[in-house]
Design a protein around this ligand. Structure first.
Ligand code: MG
Length: 408
């Protein structure tokens, strides 16, 4: 009798029933078949199970016969495909290639979005290994409730032109889709520190403009901000000029503004989940510590670094205390926090909207431009423009279903 090695691919599909995988693999166990690979996906109530086995020719006939009977008893389809050794070895070799995670995020991810992203992936010679939905199930008739949607692709291959692919993905942001491309390495699954800009990132306003408005110098401050944006004056210079205009403002105004800060959509949910899964969080802001501390208290951030306004006799003096937190300082603080917390810089994440966030976005392992100014968006590798700030949870690979369980 000829006992040659045989490799057989088994594909089972049909209605999911409890105990199905167990009863099928029990047959493989009885004949001592070795499982080279196994994968299962459930879509709606149907199951697709794939198993690749190595056995010998004296047993393969019995295995297939028994599996066939069992499948018919269970009412599912089964298909057997012989796999040549060479074919198998080719497949094993391909496993070594680079892996990437592509995340599609939006209020609604459409079939067209998926077609566009997968076309770009295909053109780069990458192969899709798996597709997973990270957001909860979509209710059929209540479209408004399905206010966000996220699908994650795991792809593999040698990426020739990462910049080109990234640009293709960025172009899609005009169609209501954010696409992120991350290398799927150990750091991707072990991020530990997240640094946030404050104004227009954690809150939907620029506090300095509100203070200026209340101090009756709104127009002047806005004019300086505009000059700074045009690059006519640098951040430190414009900061000093603007703070000087706030001289005489009563501290009670700061308190009033702090208590009424317009919180960015998704902030509370994001912080609850980040804390529960053990992330360290920091606010690194070119704004003011007074408001940063308020957010720290309300949402449980671990660190706040921002600018300190000098107060005398209950009024702002128009001066600040200590070193200005500008773009360069934000990046430096990110590096220092990593050192202090014993975290590899590749495990850090930075999130911000302004030009002064670019140094920290570029330095962090994952830099996310959040509802950012065009210049920032064009430079950053990842961006979120379509949904709230809890969208970053998906870039971290956190699935709604597992996160919601943790919250109970
Ligand atoms: Mg900002």
């Amino acid at each position: 009798m000829n006992n040659d090695v045989e490799i057989i691919q088994i594909n089972i599909s049909g209605e999911d029933k409890p105990g199905m995988t167990s009863s099928l693999t029990a047959i493989l166990a009885r004949y001592d078949a070795f499982i080279l690979d196994i994968g299962q996906a459930n879509i709606h109530s149907s199951l697709t199970l794939g198993i690749l086995i190595r056995t010998t020719s004296d047993k393969s006939g019995f295995i297939m016969k028994e599996l066939l009977f069992k499948a018919s008893e269970l009412g599912v389809m089964i298909r057997f495909t012989p796999v040549g050794e060479e074919q198998y070895n080719d497949w094993v070799k391909r496993q070594g290639k680079n892996r990437y995670i592509v995340t599609l995020l939006g209020r609604k991810v459409t079939a067209q979005h998926i077609a566009d992203v997968t076309q770009a992936v295909y053109e780069q010679g990458l192969n899709i290994d798996s597709i997973v939905r990270l957001t909860g199930r979509v209710p059929l008739l209540e479209d408004e409730r399905a206010h966000k949607s996220c699908i994650e692709l795991s792809v593999r291959g040698n990426l020739d032109d990462r910049d080109l692919l990234q640009r293709r993905f960025m172009e899609l942001s005009g169609t209501g889709l954010d696409v992120s491309l991350q290398k799927d390495d150990i750091y991707r699954r072990s991020r530990r520190l997240i640094c946030f800009d404050m104004d227009s990132t954690l809150i939907e306003t620029e506090v300095i403009d509100e203070l200026a408005e209340r101090a009756g110098v709104g127009e002047q401050v806005r004019a300086i901000t505009e000059r700074a944006m045009r690059g006519e004056i640098d951040f430190c210079e414009s900061f000093t000029e603007r703070v000087a205009l706030l001289k005489g403002l009563d501290v009670s105004v700061m308190d009033d503004i702090a208590r009424n800060l317009p919180i960015t959509e998704g902030l509370e949910r994001m912080m609850t989940i980040l804390k529960r899964v053990g992330y360290k969080t920091a606010i690194l802001s070119g704004g003011f510590t007074y408001f940063g501390n308020h957010l720290k208290q309300q949402f449980g951030f671990d660190y706040v670094y921002a600018n300190e306004l000098e107060i005398e006799n209950g009024k702002l003096t128009g001066r600040y205390v200590g070193e200005i937190v500008d773009g360069r300082r934000k990046a430096e603080l990110l590096r220092l926090l990593c050192q202090f917390e014993n975290i590899n810089i590749a495990q850090s994440v930075a999130v911000g909207d302004g030009a002064n966030d670019l140094p920290m976005l570029n330095l962090a392992g994952l830099g996310i431009a959040f509802h950012a100014k065009p210049k920032v968006k064009a430079t950053a590798e990842q961006c979120i423009s379509t949904i709230g700030i809890d969208g970053i949870l998906y870039f971290l690979g956190l699935k709604d279903s597992s996160v919601e369980e943790r919250c109970k």
